[in-house]
Write a protein that binds this ligand. Structure first.
Ligand SMILES: NC(=O)c1ccc[n+]([C@@H]2O[C@H](COP(=O)([O-])OP(=O)(O)OC[C@H]3O[C@@H](n4cnc5c(N)ncnc54)[C@H](O)[C@@H]3O)[C@@H](O)[C@H]2O)c1
Ligand SMILES: CC(C)[C@H](C(=O)O)[C@@H](O)C(=O)O
Ligand SMILES: [Mg+2]
Length: 366
């Protein structure tokens, strides 16, 4: 069988630092992978004038899977929107049809005390946020600037975006949510703002209809403001949360803190055939970039998701996840998850420790 092609897109800020560690981990597994790196985001803009050059997009399309770091930097905030680094990840999601974003929030036993919540609230936490990724106000048109003709300030400059969802877009993500719940604890919470937004009312109606095909799964609906509150009040009451693009973006960052740090939250963004892009849920963290202190575990765990979901190597994914847990059990911590009595290490040391653990605990190939 020929080598699987992985597009490696490190990006900006801490992106190259965390990606180097994930690549080391993949190389430590005895797998037939061909890793090809390409610029993306601000790095690509500097090199070629566009955050998602055709060469990078074509590599991503051709590859069996994409491993993505992070993009963005404050210095690009004044660029016209189409040229900003964030358009690279939005463009990849759109062009590759990556509509289903799985963001599992797991609180590892060793990190119970790293969460900003009381340990008993997060101990054993295992929830899955399923975020719709190619619709909603992120991609709706029209959008832009204009002169207000009504409202509180007619004649004033105003900006507008369009929130939209179509029935099939909601149906396909709802099916995935119920199917995921079947393999877990059998409960889906659909999060919306149907008390105000028509988009959300359609979301709620369609999720309810699709639920009729999954009588064995429990379905609850929750408004997003309440969901934000319940996530910090009683996070373990959730199993699968399914929601739209904007609410999912916000709730997944909130859920990250239940696990100890945003540096722990991996993600998989899948198309209808299971092909995917894998990236940490966090951004390029310009405030700590270049210092060698970023937590590489979300990216390393994203590589594990890639092995499980797209490359059909579940045993190798297990191996990475077990190595991460073993390293945490040894007491190694990057600054974001450090607590009294543990050992603070940098990005590279953390990656080296995971690689070392993988090499000393080999398993049979899947
Ligand atoms: N998918 C992506 O590429 C992606 C995702 C989110 C934000 N961004 C972009 O990243 C830039 C910075 O955004 P932001 O500051 O709002 O969010 P961020 O996620 O980059 O950082 C938020 C906070 O979390 C910390 N943090 C993030 N990742 C960390 C890690 N691995 N280890 C330790 N600490 C970590 C940062 O230091 C910062 O204090 C912006 O340009 C934004 O648009 C990109
Ligand atoms: C960088 C930005 C476009 C992106 C999003 O909003 O989807 C990020 O916050 C994420 O969560 O992946
Ligand atoms: Mg986000």
């Amino acid at each position: 069988m020929s080598a699987k092609l992985i597009a490696v897109l490190p990006g900006d800020g801490i992106g190259p630092e965390i990606m180097a560690e994930a690549v080391k981990v993949l190389q430590a597994l005895d797998l037939d992978l061909q890793l090809e790196t390409a610029p993306v985001g601000g790095a690509a803009y500097e090199a070629s004038g566009h955050p998602l050059p055709d060469t990078t997009l074509n590599l991503a399309k051709k590859a069996d899977a994409v491993l993505f770091g992070a993009v963005g930097d404050w210095k690009y905030d004044k660029l016209e929107r189409a040229l900003r680094p964030e358009q690279a990840i939005l463009g990849l999601r759109k062009h590759l049809g990556l509509f289903a974003n799985f963001r599992p929030a797991l609180c590892y036993e060793q990190l119970t005390h790293a969460s900003s919540l009381k340990p008993e609230l997060v101990a054993g936490l295992d929830i899955l946020i399923l975020r719709e990724l190619t619709g909603d106000i992120y991609f709706g048109t029209p959008r832009g600037r204009r002169t207000a003709v009504d409202g509180h300030f007619p004649g004033a400059e105003e900006a507008f975006d369009t929130m939209r969802y179509s029935r099939p877009e909601i149906e396909r993500i709802a099916h995935l949510a119920f199917q995921a719940a079947r393999k877990r604890r059998g409960k889906v919470t659909s999060v919306d703002k149907a008390n105000v937004l028509e988009t959300s009312q359609l979301w709620k109606d369609v999720v309810t209809e699709v639920h009729q095909q999954y009588a064995d799964v429990q379905l609850d609906h929750m408004y997003v403001d309440n969901a934000a509150m319940q996530l910090v009040k009683a996070p373990k009451a959730f199993d699968v949360i399914v929601t739209g693009n904007l609410f999912g973006d916000i709730l997944s960052d909130e859920a990250a803190m239940l696990t100890g740090s945003i540096g722990m939250l991996p993600s998989a963004s899948l198309d209808k055939n299971g092909k995917g892009l894998y990236e940490p849920s966090h951004g390029s963290a310009p405030d700590i970039a270049g210092k060698g202190v970023a937590n590489p575990l979300a990216t390393i765990l994203s590589a594990a998701m890639m092995l499980r979901y797209t490359l059909n190597q579940p045993a190798q994914a297990d191996r990475i996840e077990a190595a991460v847990q073993a390293v945490l059990a040894q007491g190694l911590r990057t600054g974001d998850i450090w607590s009294e009595g543990t050992t603070k290490v940098g990005t590279r040391e953390m990656g080296d420790a995971v690689v070392g653990m993988i090499k000393t605990t080999p398993i049979t190939k899947s």
